[in-house]
Design a protein around this ligand. Structure first.
Ligand code: PLP
Length: 373
């Protein structure tokens, strides 16, 4: 049975060149970057070349890249240290953030009694930046944390505008860029955001590795303590094969960016056409969404609703639930809950997320699979 993988916002297949790079390092370059012998020095050189390569792709300096175990860790670190060490007393975020940000903000509110404010979300899924300006008029040491591309709907934040608003209001700005790094150009000399984070497995790199971009002289302090790795900011022996795999994956992503974006955008147009033709009463959630994500509410009756993801899975088709109302055991999506009516929330929604490995045939199989339910 052909596997049809349409869940690329969850994770992506490794690029074959990344596997080659990682296998070579696992086999030959097993030294510890902190060791002074030649195997160690070789490992250190791979580590620092990876850092340089990643920094170059986003126009940052190598010293501003700190490797972490994942995007979740990077988000937690930045937000926690901003409160603990930079004396932030208010976090402004939104209710459509990934739980790696949302739950962290709420945990910090509990622990440090900081104020947490939520920027309004417009019906089209975008963050209301006028409301952000209003919130920022209250003067206190603030961290704004707003994601670039929403992982469920694909709605996009205007990163330049949000950065400008934060700068004008003397607020620190952190953006969870896990869904956008590697898929769109981000120039950190142009966009003067304070902190961004990335996760390799979202751009055809390995799971279990990510990085934080922390602008120079930010004053962040480590979350935990140990050795001198990452200049003491993130101690622990570096996962060299993961880090080099991530650097390779990011380099490939940006080398092929225009080609892949055009190809995936075409696929998305085709998917939207087919949904419109075969399910005329379906509804796309979010407007002006990112080129690899489609979140759609389907006009299915309650009895079919519980079957969708399971039936597709039986046919080898992997997608995500957009809203979880299809299963009695799972709560509805906190993102869709912000933008859909109570009525629409009861209907099944799917998140279909594409990569350059997909084809039109994959989309045909998905549509046929949905029609068969
Ligand atoms: N932020 C966003 C927007 C995500 O989509 C994800 C992954 O689903 C994460 C953070 C967490 O990243 P990681 O899996 O590397 O912890």
């Amino acid at each position: 049975m052909k596997k049809v993988y349409l869940d690329n916002a969850s994770t992506t297949a490794l690029h074959p060149e990344v596997i080659l790079e990682m296998t070579k390092i696992l086999t030959e370059d097993y030294g510890n970057p902190s060791s002074t012998h030649s195997l160690g020095r070789n490992a250190k050189s791979i580590l620092e070349l990876s850092r340089k390569s990643i920094a170059k792709q986003i126009n940052a300096s190598a010293a501003e890249i700190i490797f972490t175990s994942c995007g979740t860790e990077a988000n937690n670190w930045i937000m926690r240290s901003a409160v603990k060490d930079l004396k932030v007393t208010r976090i402004i975020t939104s209710k459509i953030e990934h739980h790696a940000v949302l739950h962290t903000a709420l945990a910090l509110q509990n622990e440090y009694a900081i104020q947490v404010d939520f920027v309004k979300i417009k019906p089209n899924g975008e963050v209301d930046l006028t409301h952000l300006v209003e919130l920022l008029s209250e003067e206190r040491k603030t961290l704004v944390s707003l994601m670039h591309v929403n992982n469920e709907t694909g709605t996009i934040l205007d990163l330049d505008r949000a950065t400008q608003i934060c700068m004008e209001n003397h607020a620190l700005f952190h953006s969870d860029t896990v869904q956008s790094i590697g898929k769109t150009k981000i120039d950190l000399q142009h966009t003067l955001i304070d902190f961004v984070v990335a996760s390799a497995h979202k751009f055809h790199g390995p799971k279990g590795v990510g990085f934080a971009f922390v602008r120079k002289n930010s004053g962040l302090q480590p979350l935990f303590f140990g050795g001198e790795q990452e200049k003491g900011q993130r101690p622990g022996t570096e996962a060299l094969h993961q880090i080099a795999g991530m650097a390779k994956a990011l380099e490939l992503s940006y080398t092929n960016l225009d080609k892949d974006r055009n190809y995936i955008s075409d696929l998305k147009r085709y998917l939207l056409q087919r949904l419109k033709a075969d399910f005329p009463n379906s509804k796309i959630n979010g407007e002006n969404t990112f080129y690899n994500i489609v979140n759609v509410t389907l006009p299915f009756t309650a009895d079919k609703t519980s079957m969708i993801v399971f039936s597709l899975d039986m046919k080898g088709i992997a997608v995500s639930r957009g809203s979880a109302c299809q299963s009695g055991s799972i709560r509805p999506s906190h993102v869709l809950a912000e933008i859909l009516s109570q009525e629409d929330l009861k209907k099944p929604s799917l998140r279909i997320s594409l990569s350059h490995f997909n084809t039109k045939e994959d989309i045909d199989l998905l549509i046929e699979g949905l029609k068969a339910i």
